[in-house]
Design a protein around this ligand. Sequence first.
Ligand code: R5P
Length: 265
Amino acid sequence: MDWGLKNRLSRIIKPDTGHTVMLAVDHGYFLGPTRKLEVPRDTITPLIPYADALMLTRGVLRTSVEPTENLPIVLRVSGGTSIIGPSLADEEITTTFEEAIRLNVSAVALSIFVGTEYEKQTLKNLADLVTEGQRYGIPVLAVTAVGKKLEKRDARFLSLCCRIAAELGAHFVKTYYCDDFQKVVESCLVPVVIAGGPKLETFRDALQLAHDAMSQGAVGVDMGRNIWQSEQPVASIRGVRAVVHGGATVDEAMEIYEGEMAKTT
Ligand code: R5P
């Protein structure tokens, strides 16, 4: 791996633990004003001290994050579809590498839609992005299986998506947790982070998800709604950090979460 590329990736996946807590706030690019992300700056600002990287679009970056923040940016560069359109999978690359460089990002991210009628188009998007990423030393995060039907799939399907992403050159991959998750990680060739998915019933469930993924080889999380739609987002991200970076059990992380909650009530 080239020096610049490795240096940027090391800003996201922290070399001291080999893990990362990425905060995903890119949902608006196809969901519009998602609950609790209506005013992104209000959601993002209190969480910045606890996130290892922010995943977002150029629009939210420019309007809602101060350029003086010293936080690695993972820029979503695919889109062009919406939740009410004919197909979420029909994505194109929406942001150039020139702009990503101007924004001083640490990585770019795009979605791939394996198993849909747009798989070829989105996989070609990935391959082209990797070629440019290699040229400029910017890592590419491939996001697999977004969409209600796809994200519920099993280890066989998610292994297929993640392995294809790695084969096409993705430097790290984001996917969903599933039973037998270690099979997904083992066959992926590059580091895997998990999405949180829609808000789970309790925050303990979100911690359990993070814990199970970490114990089966994930390098971290790229979590959104289970953090910022929770009752106390700062307490939540601190709990997740304890699991991801501190190797805490779910009970230990719950204690940290409840301690933080107690301070604010
Ligand atoms: C989906 O395309 C986005 O990349 C989100 O960033 C992703 O789903 C992670 O957020 P959450 O934890 O809310 O699922």
